[in-house]
Design a protein around this ligand. Structure first.
Ligand SMILES: Nc1ncnc2c1ncn2[C@@H]1O[C@H](COP(=O)(O)OP(=O)(O)OP(=O)(O)O)[C@@H](O)[C@H]1O
Length: 230
């Protein structure tokens, strides 16, 4: 049987003070190891949807299952712990701690996730293996994040999302600030590492040309279409 990593059912979300925007997702699922590109117009709710999946927002109705847990039934602190254990997040601006070293940044999620820490095994080795796999020199491990080039920061952000093999990697427009060549190199590394770890990848972009790299492309229009009764 195919393992489902993410399952949204009848999700309904409104920003309470913004009646003009509401998000409704009848049914969306991702399989283990699947890579999905999420496209949509600016303001269509892509980031809102990712925040719901990560559990930093909670819907007014519906269920959001990540691996074996329904995020909507967990307390706020249980959601935070669950996110740290099971989800690797890559932000648009990478969000590295500028005064932390590369090692501090890569190992950050493990501080809040004992099971993920255990999965990572020897944390020093896991960090070095990721640096090697991502083509970063080992000497960079003690550098402060603020001294890194943008290309190096991207790779550290990928390593931070992948350490300890979370089931789901969420990436919110991680290539929007990059030129075409850098973008392509970044995606090569990201896909290689996601495949090696067996994770599923949900990536938001404005760029439909990236579709060929993914198993499947969905648009916000598709996702929010009401179910047709049969
Ligand atoms: N913190 C917030 N409080 C209230 N409304 C918000 C908040 N964040 C986003 N919104 C509104 O929710 C709607 C969807 O925004 P969202 O950022 O999810 O769209 P998006 O598809 O990710 O857009 P973009 O591609 O421009 O990043 C917009 O109308 C936006 O103004």
């Amino acid at each position: 049987m195919t393992e489902t990593v993410l399952q949204l059912k009848d999700v309904q979300f409104d920003w309470t003070k913004r009646a003009e925007f509401s998000l409704s997702v009848p049914d969306f699922a991702m399989r283990k190891g699947e890579t999905v590109l999420l496209l949509g117009e600016s303001g269509s709710g892509k980031s809102t949807l990712l925040s719901l999946i990560c559990g930093t927002l909670v819907p007014q109705a519906g269920s959001i299952k990540v691996a074996d847990a329904d995020m909507t039934t967990l307390s706020a602190s249980a959601r935070d712990r669950f996110r740290a254990e099971r989800i690797g997040v890559i932000f648009q601006q990478f969000n590295l701690l500028p005064f932390g070293t590369v090692a501090d940044n890569i190992q950050l999620p493990l501080r809040f996730a004992p099971e993920r820490r255990q999965k990572a095994g020897d944390v020093g080795n896991a960090t070095q293996n990721l640096l090697d796999a991502l083509g970063l020199s080992r000497s960079v491990i003690i550098a402060k994040a603020s001294t890194l080039s943008v290309g190096q920061q991207q790779r550290v952000a990928v390593a931070r999302a992948l350490i300890g093999q979370p089931s789901l990697i969420i990436a919110d427009e991680p290539t929007s600030a990059l030129d075409a060549a850098t973008q392509s190199a970044f995606l090569d590394v990201l896909f290689e590492q996601v495949a090696a770890s067996g994770a599923s990848l949900l990536m938001v972009s404005h760029d439909a040309r990236l579709a060929d790299r993914f198993d499947r492309t969905v648009t916000m229009d598709d996702l929010t279409k009401p179910k047709v009764a049969v």
